[in-house]
Design a protein around this ligand. Structure first.
Ligand code: FAD
Length: 772
């Protein structure tokens, strides 16, 4: 059927790192298979769509980034629809479905999606399908998969409603639109969808279901009791009911049953425990008929062109030239930079100093890196961060080349083209792969080869193995029924493609598949840990070396990509705690970096405003910059009145990982830092034998013991609060503690206390710079 005759809908996406875009593209591609026609546009392409005149259903897929911000590509759109002057019925004709992507580790979960969604409703638009809030913190697919599954029926219903003139209750013929009185909850589709776990609070329930194995039975029981069913009832329901609720529960039950099973021998011997694993499933999963996703249509042709002798010499000399100052020459420097920034803002800078801040017996190793930026126009302020470009590990690139059978062709140039007959509607050559790059360059600098393969990738890998056992297991891992196994054995262990290829030795994917499925290698951001007033021409940053321990599926532990690379790079110049800097002068390693401004995470411009900083571990980094700057300002303005400053720091042990101890004590001595409150989570409090529950183990405990002062400074003296560091636990715990403090000090109920804190956020006086 020609495209024009197929029922049409529009897909709009706002994406920062490409997730929302790839989901939107998946929807557009699948439309084709379902006999529909989807137009697809990025929200930044305002000239390509016109919502004010749109007469087809619209599907939005929008992510949230930073501190609840819209993705760069959605910023203008959000600004436009937020205008107060827009007519209330601007979108009265519009029917839409919304998928918001977010991460519950951050305070404003799906904020951008929620803002657009509610604004569309304000302007008269109607949802034809319940909004999905997919949580990257627990795995997007938990909400995404059932949401996508229900989407098609909802689109068809919306299309037929919009196409067919429908009688009004009073007998008049209605416009070709969904009635404005028809709330999502009132339509059959939406009633069904209401059962799905598409909202935030349920996403939290899902989180608890998927993260705490021991709590699974309890959570299930809770859900069962909430729905008035027994656990077994729910299993039965899941077999016959294809709603997302059933799916979720089904997964949990299947996980519970399949992870550990006992088999009793016929001889009456004690039952032997058989465990499921990455490569092996157990009943019921191993016996189920599977719903597997459609095979993503291939769309790239890859040619490897042998480099001419001149090209090889040229390429080699470029590398020699670029590497001439680099000690760790096992890492070639990118000759064509594949950065998310323009080349003008990217700088290749020498590392002038590297110091290990933690003792050797500390659980985590923190390093400070000092970069010499004196010959680069790189202005920064405390609160900014910098992006560090890092390559994939040479050994992993080598292993991948070997598995692909392309070792001999690593210096060949890659020529990419779109397959003429591809069924992928949104097929594009990835813009981040430089033309004419070599295969080795591609695998080293362009593709995130360690990324956890998505289910669509696993689905494609099924076709790349001739081994029936491998095929079945890969099918299970990407299937609806195998969701729990995917989470448990792939996602939660952070397994990458190489791990899978090792576990499935017969699997032999073509290079084109890797380029189609692996995302762009992202630079890693680090907060500036210095002030250029104190260290002109220098920029410091601090990081923990991430360790991924060995586990099933990863026989040998490994380090984080960037932190492991940096630690190797600075090894020849690293100064260990308590040791003097070596007198030898090894060549200084270099890194490619660019500054990322964070205009809101700044010291208060009014010197008389008090501020409170909460930064355990490496979260203290930006506050070192703040305090260096404040100290300099005090020196330069001896007459000025400076406010109170508080720092809540936390670490495991006073003697092992108290980062910047001397410098912080120096700030206290100079009066720059008025209050330094440190908690040690693994030391016993002074004068006691054991760590008691009452001791201030974490920053939030210390915060609570100064509740009166803190609430007073924040809410009566218009102070500022900054939180930096781990998004997974700390930022949430701190936020909960603040709610408790505000509620207790101001005699407010929890909701009002939350509103007061939300007010602080709005005024940019409660600021977070957190990461996971
Ligand atoms: P990767 O190989 O990318 O692995 C990271 C992944 O491992 C994460 O996605 C997570 O799933 C997992 N992971 C993370 N931590 C652990 C852990 N402890 N154990 C097991 N798994 C883990 N980091 C700093 O150390 N200092 C900073 O000042 C700093 N500032 C940041 C500022 C911003 C704005 C942002 C967004 C992040 C910042 N980070 C900072 C985090 C940093 O960018 C990297 O994510 C981190 O260093 C890991 O990089 P990697 O390449 O070594 O790890």
């Amino acid at each position: 059927m020609p495209c024009e005759l197929k029922p049409r809908f529009l897909v709009l996406y706002g994406s920062q790192k490409g997730q929302a875009q790839s989901i939107a593209e998946g929807i557009a591609d699948e439309a084709e298979e379902r006999g529909l026609f989807a137009d697809i546009c990025c929200l930044s392409e305002g000239h390509k769509f016109n919502l004010e005149k749109e007469s087809s259903p619209v599907v939005f897929v929008v992510s949230t980034t930073g501190d609840g911000d819209p993705p760069d590509t959605a910023q203008k759109f959000v600004k436009r629809i937020k205008k107060k002057t827009l007519p209330r019925d601007l979108y009265a004709h519009l029917c839409y479905a919304f998928l918001a992507l977010g991460d519950t580790n951050y305070a404003d979960f799906c904020k951008c999606g929620k803002t657009i969604d509610s604004r569309l409703l304000d302007l008269g638009a109607k949802r034809f399908y319940a909004t999905g809030h997919a949580d990257d913190g627990v795995g997007l697919e938990l909400v995404l998969d059932p949401w996508l599954e229900g989407l098609w029926e909802a689109i068809r219903e919306a299309l037929s409603k919009m196409a067919a003139p429908q009688p009004e209750r009073d007998g008049h013929v209605r416009d070709q639109r969904v009635s404005s009185n028809e709330t999502p909850e009132s339509s059959a589709t939406d009633i069904k969808l209401h059962l799905l776990s598409l909202n935030e609070s349920e996403s939290q329930i899902t989180k608890s279901l998927t993260t705490a194995a021991s709590a699974k039975t309890d959570s299930l029981a809770v859900l069962a009791s909430e729905t008035g069913s027994s656990v077994n009832d729910l299993v039965t329901v899941s077999a016959t009911d294809n709603t997302g609720t059933a799916l979720k529960l089904d997964s949990v039950v299947s996980e519970r049953k399949s992870v550990l099973t006992t088999q009793s021998g016929q001889t009456g011997a004690p039952p032997a425990v058989v465990e499921a694993s990455l490569t092996r499933s157990l009943p019921p999963l191993s016996e189920l008929a599977l719903n597997i996703p459609a095979l993503p249509p291939p769309y790239l042709d890859v040619m490897l062109q042998e480099a001419t002798i001149e090209e090889e010499v040229g390429c080699l000399s470029t590398h020699i030239c670029l590497n001439s100052n680099i000690t760790s020459s096992s890492y070639p420097v990118p000759s064509q930079i594949n950065a998310p920034v323009s080349k003008e803002t990217l700088h290749e800078v020498p590392i002038s100093r590297a110091v290990q801040l933690t003792r050797d017996d500390s659980v985590k190793t923190a390093l400070l890196i000092e970069m010499d930026i004196s010959s680069h126009p790189m202005a920064y302020q405390p609160g900014d961060s910098l992006d560090v470009l890092c390559p994939n590990r040479a050994s992993e690139v080598g292993e991948l080349l070997r598995r692909l059978g392309l070792e001999d062709q690593k210096s060949n140039r890659i020529q990419l083209s779109l397959q003429k007959e591809t069924m992928k509607k949104t097929a594009q050559i990835p813009s981040y792969i430089p033309e004419n790059s070599t295969l080795h360059y591609l695998l080293t600098w362009s593709l995130e080869i360690r990324t956890v393969p998505k289910k669509a990738f696993l689905r494609s890998l099924v076709e790349c193995t001739g081994d029936s056992g491998e095929k079945r297991r890969l099918q299970e891992l990407c299937s609806k029924q195998g969701s729990a196994d995917y989470n448990l054995y792939v996602r939660d262990h952070n397994l990458g493609l190489l791990d899978l290829l090792t576990a499935f030795p017969a699997c032999q994917p073509p290079l084109s598949l890797l380029i189609e499925h692996l995302p762009k290698l992202q630079p890693r951001p680090y907060s500036a840990a210095s002030s250029s007033l104190r260290h002109p021409g220098r920029l410091h940053f601090v990081f923990n070396i991430i360790e991924f321990p060995a586990c099933a599926g990863r026989p040998v532990g490994r380090r984080g990509l960037c932190t492991g690379w940096l630690s190797d790079l600075v090894d020849p110049i690293l100064v260990h705690p308590g040791k003097a800097q070596s007198s030898s002068t090894p060549a200084l390693p270099k890194v490619h970096v660019c500054v990322r401004q964070n205009c809101s995470f700044r010291l208060p411009s009014d010197l008389s405003k008090p501020f409170i900083m909460i930064g355990p571990g490496t979260g203290v980094a930006p506050f070192i910059g703040f305090l260096q700057q404040r100290e300099k300002e005090r020196e330069e303005n001896p007459e000025a009145e400076f406010s109170e400053t508080w720092l809540f720091f936390g670490c495991r042990h006073r003697d092992r990982d108290f980062l910047f101890r001397e410098e912080l004590q120096g700030f206290v001595a100079s009066g720059t830092l008025t209050h330094l409150k440190v908690s040690f989570s693994r030391d016993t409090p002074e004068g006691t034998e054991t760590q008691t529950e009452t001791g201030p183990r974490y920053v939030q405990h210390n915060l609570l013991s100064h509740a009166k002062d803190i609430v007073n400074l924040l809410l009566k003296e218009n102070g500022y609060l900054y939180v930096c560091g781990d998004a997974k636990n700390m930022a949430k715990d701190v936020n909960d503690t603040l709610i408790e403090m505000v509620s207790a000090e101001l005699q407010l109920d929890k909701l009002d206390a939350m509103k007061r804190l939300a007010g602080l956020r709005e005024e940019k006086r409660y600021l977070q710079d957190i990461w996971s």
